[in-house]
Design a protein around this ligand. Sequence first.
Ligand code: PRP
Ligand code: URA
Length: 221
Amino acid sequence: MLFLPWSGSALYSEPVPVHIVEHPLVHDALATLRDVTTPPELFRRMAVRISLLLAAEATRDIPSETGCVQTPLGPAEARRLSGNVVVVPVLRAGLGMLDAVLELIPSARVGHIGLQRDEATAIASQYYPKLPGGLSGSFVLMIDPMLATGGSAVAALDVLRAAGARAIRMICIVAAPEGVELVERHHPDVEIYAPVIDHGLNAHKFILPGLGDFGDRLYGT
Ligand code: PRP
Ligand code: URA
């Protein structure tokens, strides 16, 4: 496992690095998400804010093409996104990050993968897959705020691979070393973007210190 602060340059080596996003605005939002006193309404707003910032980092080098636009004063060189982007939230908690990514890339198509961890075993089972076609030629952004044991991430990545996805990045908000290692072992070419790698997991496979159950805090369940 190789942790590198995101510097804006391409950091490819073996193993594929985890991009640690150090931006102070990211960490300010993360502090509010971690705070046990944060109510669901504020939690949702901070989830959107941090997701915007993380998605901007994770898409720094997505394809764009140079063209021209007319400003009120004349022509200007302009760059527009040219690639085909698919964003895939892992339900349910990943939905809290979706609006942020669509705000940045309104043309993105959206796939959904529904996974739920068993409360006793922490093993994820799938209850819903719905993916757009043409994944092999798309830049795929998988979003799931919590990377704990990594079981859910690996299961979701397996689904994406089986559907033909090749260029995949994962964005999460809090990761545990165990989850990062599992993803690296099963999907070594998937780059992970996260603000932080926490200390580890507790006996119930929750991230320590983490922020608790993201889905429950997002939806007030
Ligand atoms: C959470 C989270 C991840 C998963 C991470 O989802 O959103 O998908 O746990 O844990 P893992 O790395 O150990 O698999 P959860 O299954 O609690 O469902 P939810 O999104 O419906 O709350
Ligand atoms: N899912 C969560 O929401 N939080 C954790 O700490 C682990 C899995």
